[in-house]
Write a protein that binds this ligand. Structure first.
Ligand code: 13P
Ligand code: SF4
Length: 305
């Protein structure tokens, strides 16, 4: 529920947004007060696509660093700003560009890079993917063996779904938020809510994915929740998605598999959003060559739709 102070901030942001011809893109994990005023809310893939469509002069990207970098790469002529420069995804740090070069020197197979990575790493990879399209991307590659990083759980998911060999790089890359879900949470929920369906994100450990009823990206989970016959849905991902589900699907019940919060995503606040928009600071800037080379891997992914 939005309080009076938040309402005033939201009104001021909306006024400035119109004045500056700006657009607010927000990830599904953003706080509800930001989701409420966003022009578009989505998963990583939807946000990347939306970033290619916008006619705005300024993109305020409410998510984490790698998402804003992707928007900046796809929009070299626009100003992309972020509410908080500290909103960094800890998973992205696990795949330095050097590791990709080393892997490719050992074996000449395609390197699929999860969008949760830095532009400098994407510049060394062959094609990008998100959790929503990883299966499609791996299937389309003309090779039965591929590298995929930095998330080893997503690599496991891609291997299970495609039947190809998907080598994780690094071997143990992970999301510290989704790591917190375990099989015990699923067993307890099944016992407590036998009438519910359990859905989880592919960043969860393989044993968790195997015990769930559905595995998908955040927006795929939202779609599943809207369309499924179940009235009670247990959700295994960051709490922000549940805020969106409750707002958009008020007639169903949503229960967190376990309450987990991505602290990086929560660093964006209405206050920091207003400051960034008003003064147009925290502009995302990348070296031109990195942007150009990372752009190739991202655009290759966007074309596979
Ligand atoms: P989605 O692309 O599914 O929204 O996931 C992004 C993410 O960071 C999950 O932790
Ligand atoms: Fe990164 Fe995990 Fe947060 Fe997603 S939930 S932004 S992968 S730390």
């Amino acid at each position: 529920m939005t309080n009076t102070c938040s309402k005033t901030l939201q009104e001021e942001i909306i006024r400035l947004k119109e004045e500056k011809n700006a657009v607010i893109l927000a990830h599904n994990y953003q706080i509800p007060e930001i989701q409420e005023i966003a022009d578009f809310i989505g998963d990583s893939l939807e946000l990347a696509i939306e970033a290619t469509k916008t006619r705005a002069d300024v993109i305020v990207f409410c998510g984490v660093d790698f998402m804003a970098e992707t928007a900046a790469i796809l929009n070299p002529d626009k100003k992309v700003i972020v509410p908080s420069v500290d909103a960094r995804c800890p998973m992205a740090t696990q795949l330095p560009a050097e590791l990709i070069k080393e892997s490719k020197a050992k074996e000449t197979i395609p390197f699929v890079i999860y969008v949760n990575s830095y532009a400098s790493a994407k510049a060394e990879a062959d094609i990008c993917c998100t959790s929503a399209n990883v299966v499609k991307v791996v299937e389309r590659l003309d090779s039965d063996v591929v590298f995929l990083g930095p998330d080893a759980n997503l690599a496991w998911f891609a291997e299970a779904k495609t039947g190809k060999r998907v080598i994780p790089v690094p071997s143990d890359g992970f999301c510290c938020v989704h790591k917190r879900f375990n099989v015990k949470h699923i067993e307890e929920m099944r016992e407590k809510h036998p009438d519910a369906v359990i859905i989880v994100h592919p960043e969860c450990d393989p044993e968790v994915q195997q015990k769930a009823d559905y595995v998908g990206s955040t927006s795929q989970m939202l779609k599943f929740a809207k369309e499924c016959d179940y009235n009670k849905v247990i959700v295994g991902t960051e709490i922000g998605l549940i805020d969106r589900m409750k707002r958009e699907i008020p007639d169903k019940t949503f229960i967190p598999l376990h309450e987990v919060v991505c602290r990086s995503m929560k660093l964006n606040t209405l206050e920091s959003l207003l400051d960034a928009l008003e003064f147009e600071f925290n502009v995302v800037r990348l070296p031109e060559d990195v942007s150009e080379r990372a752009g190739r891997a991202i655009k290759k992914m966007v074309r596979i739709l």
